[in-house]
Ligand binder design. Structure first.
Ligand code: PNS
Length: 161
């Protein structure tokens, strides 16, 4: 059984994340989406809100693909979370060469810590490959229109904030 772990901050989940997650569904039997809880970051959405948002956005795609979807929070090492949930695959999206530099370094260090967990990179679909949650939050805070970057559902939740 292939179990994938897709980690991220998802503050909020964007169309870029949805692109990677829906494509990752074809690679695994079960997908664990891990919402990272960083003690240093002050998020716009709390962990419970982010988990609910991801479930709402992806439950039907996972069901359609016949993939079990589990969305949970974590605050430790990625390799420990992967091991805890029996994930043999970590999935990460790559938007640019800069992403690659950083991700390749993390992947190498993660593999040193646990050689049984493989990391798979999916190149972002160009139409959504420029989206960053940080910039989406900034645009929203300054009154800009975030509809090219997030779903109508997430847009509504951002407006409420
Ligand atoms: O949304 P992001 O910034 O891509 O998500 C970052 C996240 C949560 C994936 C990252 O902070 C992470 O991997 N945290 C786990 C900590 C860890 O394992 N660090 C060692 C990596 S070598």
């Amino acid at each position: 059984m292939r179990i994938g772990l897709y980690p991220g901050s998802f503050d909020p989940i964007t169309l870029g994340h949805k692109d990677i997650i829906t494509r990752a569904l074809s690679l695994v039997d079960k997908l664990v989406v891990g919402v990272g809880v960083s003690a240093t970051k002050k998020p716009l959405f709390n962990v419970e809100e982010r988990i609910a948002m991801i479930e709402e956005e992806l439950a039907s795609a996972a069901k359609k693909a016949g993939v079990e979807l589990s969305v949970l929070s974590f605050d430790g090492l990625l390799v420990d979370v992967a091991q805890k949930h029996k994930a043999n695959l970590i999935v990460r999206g790559l938007r640019s060469g800069t992403d690659f530099e950083y991700e390749a370094q993390m992947t190498a260090m993660n593999r040193k810590m646990n050689k049984d967990i493989e990391t798979v990179f999916l190149a972002s679909t160009p139409e959504v490959g420029f989206i960053s949650s940080t910039l989406v939050r900034q645009i929203s805070a300054m009154g800009g229109d975030v509809s090219p970057f997030v779903s109508p559902y997430v847009k509504k939740l951002m407006e409420k904030k």
